[in-house]
Design a protein around this ligand. Structure first.
Ligand code: OAD
Length: 247
């Protein structure tokens, strides 16, 4: 157990609106690989060959193999204590919002019901031509699945060079502006515009709390930084809060 600052617990007691801004690290303990670092996906694979629209047009089969591989990992994974703690906190705070860069759907599966997905959701697909959603089980037996209109079907994730879904970004931005405490959990804080929301929250007066295995560019300007596993630190913070409020 790490020591949680009393001032953070006091701030939690006063807070109405809490945001959890999350990245791949929060799902690492569920067995889903992160992108950066020694074991990161982008160390073994080239993003420009797998996660861009041009790559998809050039070799849709390869891109789909990559997403089906990741989808399988996600389906076999379960939410971990970090996801579950965030979901449980909904019962104790007026407003708990998740703004995630993850596409794995684990926050919703854990029970969080206010979730903004900045980079899409690997469970969904849509046609590149008519944009119709195809969230049914796709059939790959005769090649890359196509829509009735003839367009190729792609996963509903944000690729390099693409815009973030506007409604999700605006929802995340509003939550950041309104937040009293803004937790930044398991993200390397290097991918923009997503990471910019941290600074939006800070500029709007939120207390910034970082939870990560290691230091990031944010650490020196965060109000509190806790280094360790999200699946241990978030339950740790919440337990401390409950002890202090006699829950
Ligand atoms: P990264 O892989 O860049 O960073 C993961 C972060 O999680 C690192 O800072 C790790 O130190 C930390 N971490 C790992 N395990 C952890 C644990 N158990 N507890 C706490 N922290 C842990 O992932 P993201 O920051 O999410 O974009 O990457 C941002 C975006 O880059 C992704 O959404 C993806 C990628 O390209 C798109 O696909 C558009």
């Amino acid at each position: 157990m790490i020591r949680i600052d009393n001032n953070l617990i006091e701030a939690l007691k006063e807070s109405k609106s809490i945001v959890f801004f999350t990245g791949a690290g929060i799902s690492a303990e569920s067995g889903i690989p992160t992108f950066r670092g020694k074991e990161g996906l982008w160390n073994k694979f080239r993003p420009e060959e797998l996660a861009s629209f041009n790559a998809f047009i050039k070799n849709p089969k390869l891109v789909w193999e990559w997403y089906n591989y990741r989808r399988k990992i996600v389906h076999e994974a379960q939410p971990n204590p970090a996801h579950l703690t965030i979901a449980e906190m909904q019962n104790h705070f007026k407003d708990v919002t998740v703004v995630t860069q993850n596409v794995d759907n684990l926050h919703r599966r854990a029970g969080s019901n206010k979730v903004f997905e900045l980079h899409g959701n690997i469970e969904r697909n849509f046609c590149i031509n008519c944009k119709k959603f195809h969230n049914e089980e796709l059939d790959f037996s005769t090649g890359v699945p196509k829509c009735e209109c003839g367009g190729l079907i792609r996963p509903d994730v944000v690729w390099f060079g693409e815009y973030l879904p506007e409604d999700q970004f605006l929802g995340g931005e509003k939550a950041a502006i309104e937040s009293d405490i803004f937790f930044v959990v398991g993200t390397s804080v290097v991918v923009y515009p997503a990471a910019g929301l941290i600074y939006t929250a800070k500029a709007s007066g939120a207390i910034i709390v970082e939870v990560n295995l290691e230091e990031t560019d944010l650490s020196s300007s965060a109000n509190y930084s806790y280094f360790g596993k999200a699946g241990e630190i978030l339950p740790n913070i919440f337990e401390e809060y409950k002890l202090n409020t006699n829950l």
